[in-house]
Design a protein around this ligand. Structure first.
Ligand code: ACO
Length: 311
């Protein structure tokens, strides 16, 4: 007997065979991927803003060159991800419109301000560290174009994380005032970074189905736990104090117990009321409007070329 399309799809998922753009897939699988990949793309693009804020004020030419190229990498990640989402039948214009109208989500973390140079270190170390923890498993996600995009993204993210850690090292080995800057940045970014992994599993409406479809390979809480376990020894190495009075090694589970995230703050930021949400969207809308002439010129050029080739 011939297998139904749905059975063939389920068989591929069970056998770890990637789903490709032209394969049949359940509508809900497609929708979930468009949602996750487009949110991920928007996060990369909006994520350029807090760090871009420090390019002109980086403390040395070397730091400036490194930061500039890191921020460019984020733009590249956004573009691979928009392309991956486009293979699912959504258009880039649609995705960008949804971001600008406030309909589409992007990571909560990028709605916090970067108050000092140490924040650039903390972002590289913590935020990119969390991004890697979340994205390395996505190299094995069931949708082919998304999985393949993640391979290069993760390589670049690990360089980003090293540069963040190295900034923190320099500050922590510097004058007492520099060490204090590092601690203050750590205090500011620790809890928002833990929020990046998303709501607790029991409050995450999408996890169960996404795990079944192997879009997600680990739950939000599993990744958050792994992240804490990875970061605590690094903080100790830097001589920094984790801003959590409930943090405690738990021998039985071979990991740390840690305090509860402020979920009210998290949902407030997700709903658009974080410290920088409005600034971020305004900056993106302005950039898009100011770039209109580039899109028009590129289109005119492409049309001229097509005409010349046709002649
Ligand atoms: N910021 C904003 N929104 C969030 C966040 C967050 N940190 N975490 C969860 N949400 C949203 C979800 O998008 C979902 O919203 P929606 O259903 O309206 O689309 C809702 O909260 C409920 O969460 P979940 O059911 O847990 O959603 P999901 O299964 O998609 O898990 C997660 C969320 C873990 C972020 C997942 O989408 C993912 O792994 N995405 C890819 C990685 C990514 O986007 N990283 C961006 C930051 S890293 C970087 O860009 C450097």
């Amino acid at each position: 007997v011939e297998k139904s399309l749905e059975e063939q799809f389920e068989e591929k998922i069970a056998n770890e065979i990637r789903i490709e753009p032209k394969d049949w897939m359940p509508e809900q699988y497609r929708k979930t991927l468009v949602r996750q990949i487009s949110q991920h793309a928007h996060s990369e693009i909006v994520g350029m803003l807090p760090e871009g804020n420090w390019i002109t004020r980086a403390p040395s030419l070397k730091r400036k060159a490194i930061l500039l190229s890191k921020v460019q990498d984020e733009a590249g990640h956004g573009l691979y991800l928009y392309s991956a989402a486009e293979t699912l039948g959504t258009s880039r214009d649609q995705m960008i419109n949804d971001l600008h109208s406030g309909k589409a989500k992007y990571s909560s973390i990028f709605n916090y301000p970067t108050l000092s140079w140490a924040d650039i270190g903390a972002i590289g170390w913590l935020v990119d560290g969390a991004a890697i923890m979340n994205q390395v498993p996505l190299c094995r996600t069931s949708y082919g174009p998304y999985a393949r995009a993640m391979v290069r993204v993760c390589k670049e993210e690990s360089f980003h994380q090293r540069q963040g850690f190295e900034i923190m090292m320099s500050l922590c080995n510097g004058a007492p005032a520099q060490k204090q800057m590092a601690q203050e940045a750590f205090n500011r970014w620790w809890w928002p970074t833990l929020m990046m992994f998303g709501p607790k599993d029991e409050e995450s409406p999408n996890t169960e189905q996404s795990m079944r479809w192997k879009i997600k390979r680990f739950t939000n809480d599993e990744l958050r736990q792994r992240f804490v376990d990875m970061m605590v020894p690094q903080a100790e190495f830097l001589g920094l104090t984790v801003p959590d009075k409930d943090l405690k090694w738990n021998e039985a589970k071979n990991g740390y117990d840690f305090g509860d995230v402020d979920w009210e703050e998290f949902w407030n930021v997700v709903k658009g009321n974080g410290p920088c949400n409005k600034d971020r969207i305004n900056a993106r809308v302005k950039a898009h409007e100011e770039g209109a002439w580039v899109r028009e010129a590129a289109l005119a050029h492409a049309q001229k070329r097509a005409q010349r080739e046709a002649a």
